[in-house]
Design a protein around this ligand. Structure first.
Ligand code: GLU
Length: 535
């Protein structure tokens, strides 16, 4: 419903963004996704990547991937490759990055150490940075004392006053040391305009001592490498998670020390689960790999993220049925000014609904359906391999038929691997001991009718035929349904026999019926011979 109050608030908000963007942005839009390869990508990282991508594409800008791997102790082997593979799976085209290269290569921080060294040297020379020889033991004592005195635990900047000569002497002696940045920026650096949050005031100097910019292992820390790279790579807008917001004033001081113009900063709001708890890397079910493995489609995941991450007018909120938009539509619909600072709630049920919508889209398209068929064949083989000795029925027409039939029944392809659907793929193991001569006979008759095209494979014709068969043969109709269901699927209860016959198709159904008859006949023969021998 139209709400004038809400509208004027929105208008004021847009006006702020338009004013702000036109005041500060100059030159082309260049944004980056800068993950640390310390593990798998999660929903938070995905949102950051995606929103940077939307922003780049909407403004004919460049989307850059930079791997921030300077914290060697937290690196996870394979994570960098996995992140790049995930981005490719999502369909995000990288304009500059570790694999594709670009004018500011290399795009992996551990390959840029010589570049950082040059700039850090500059900071040392200009007096914005200094060597620090404080031991872990001393820092620990400082921490403990601060806690005892109920003060904020922070470094007391002692080595700031160390004379050059003394520092050099200790370096030559081989004393372990790090390099710290002097948090000296003026008050200008204690606040900034956040594209999403508005004015942010945070004087880092009140809460932190001078930060380390080069660790004792010689590697630069995140803060310095991040600022140097954003500057050298000509990043125009930094869009990143709100957890980095308190670092921004520190970064502004570094920009100031170099005399560089900072980019525009926008922090994306916190993401919470349905109970309002912060989504973190510890939430197992927010791993991208898990979604991929579960058969969530990339476009479903993308649409889902846009409904919770802000920046889009929510169809559900407007009372419109949710729709799965394609990438170009999402780029057009994205509105950075509409991102709210309140936390985005992830409702996982919505994800499944988007997956169902996407499945519908994919099934409608001939080529995409063919791909679905192929992936399903692989999934079924992998899933049932070793679990059953029974034959898997996976020929193309059969799988294609199942894919079409499954719409409105499932939300993801992997649902078709559940036990209730096993009969679609596997010829069931029916225990023939449970059946007598009359059961076998009636199956034989049904099989014969099906073979001789006496039954059309439609619901009405099948039911009519089975009713007549039960009547002619003096067999209870419900018992006949149960019998055929068991022969076809191994299930005691489940979908109607007509549904099963239709989805399995004539050939697959006949194969199952015949196998049952043949096995039962063989058993009968064995038992007749057996009793003959006894005589
Ligand atoms: N490497 C940081 C991360 O993994 C990136 C922070 C930033 O975008 O500045 O979140």
């Amino acid at each position: 419903m139209y709400n004038p109050n809400r509208f004027s608030k929105l208008l004021a908000r847009y006006a702020f963004h338009i004013r702000y963007l036109s005041r500060t942005a100059s030159g082309p839009v260049r944004v980056r996704f800068a993950p640390s390869p310390t593990g798998e990508m999660h929903i938070g990282g995905l949102r950051t990547a995606l929103y940077n991508y939307f922003y780049a594409r909407q403004n004919s800008g460049r989307f850059i991937l930079r791997l921030e791997d300077t914290d060697q102790s937290r690196l996870v082997p394979g994570a960098a490759a996995q992140i790049q593979d995930d981005l490719a799976w999502l369909g995000l085209r990288i304009d500059e990055g570790p694999q594709i290269g670009g004018p500011h290569a290399p795009y992996t921080q551990s390959e840029r150490l010589h570049i950082y060294a040059k700039y850090i040297h500059q900071l040392l020379k200009s007096g914005h940075a200094y060597y620090c020889f404080c031991t872990e033991k001393r820092l620990d004592l400082l921490r403990k004392e601060a806690i005892r005195n109920r003060q904020i635990a922070k470094y007391d900047n002692r080595c700031r006053t160390l004379k050059h000569d003394e520092a050099n002497m200790r370096i030559n002696k081989g004393d372990p040391c790090c390099i710290r940045f002097k948090l000296n920026g003026d008050d200008d650096c204690a606040s900034f305009d956040d594209l999403i949050y508005g004015k942010i005031k945070y004087d880092i100097r009140l809460n932190e001592g001078d930060p380390i910019i080069v660790k004792s292992d010689g590697f630069p820390t995140y803060h310095i490498a991040n600022v140097i790279d954003d500057h050298l790579m000509e990043i125009s807008h930094v869009l990143r998670g709100v957890e980095w917001q308190i670092s921004t004033t520190k970064h502004l001081m570094i920009y100031k020390a170099f005399g560089w113009k900072p980019p525009i900063f926008g922090h994306l709001p916190l993401l919470v689960d349905a109970n309002g708890n912060k989504l973190s890397k510890r939430n197992k079910d927010t791993r991208l790999g898990q979604y991929r493995q579960d058969g969530i489609f990339p476009n479903a995941l993308i649409n889902f993220v846009t409904t919770s991450g802000g920046g889009f007018i929510d169809d559900i909120d407007r009372g419109i049925k949710p729709k799965s938009y394609n990438m170009s539509q999402l780029i057009l619909r994205f509105n950075i000014g509409a991102i709210k600072s309140s936390p985005g709630k992830f409702d996982l049920d919505r994800l499944l609904e988007y997956n169902r919508l996407e499945l519908e889209n994919l099934v409608k398209d001939e080529n995409s359906r063919l791909n679905l068929v192929k992936s399903l064949q692989v999934m079924v083989k992998q899933h049932f391999m070793g679990k059953t000795d029974n034959l898997l029925q996976l020929h193309n027409e059969h799988v294609d038929m199942i894919v079409r039939w499954s719409l409105n029944r499932i939300t993801k392809l992997s649902d078709l691997l559940q036990e209730e659907y096993q009969y679609l793929w596997c010829i069931p193991d029916v225990n023939i001991e449970n059946f007598d001569e009359s059961d076998i006979e009636i199956v034989r008759l049904f099989c014969h009718a099906l073979e001789n095209k006496q039954i059309y494979l439609n619901k009405q014709a099948i039911n009519r035929y089975l009713q007549k068969l039960a009547g002619d043969y003096n067999y209870k109709f419900p018992a006949l349904m149960k019998l055929i269901r068991q022969v076809l699927s191994g299930l005691q209860t489940g979908p109607s026999v007509a549904d099963m016959l239709i989805i399995l198709g004539k050939d697959n159904s006949l194969l199952r019926l015949r196998m049952f008859v043949e096995k039962s006949e063989a058993k009968m023969k064995r038992s007749t011979w057996g009793s003959g021998n006894m005589k």
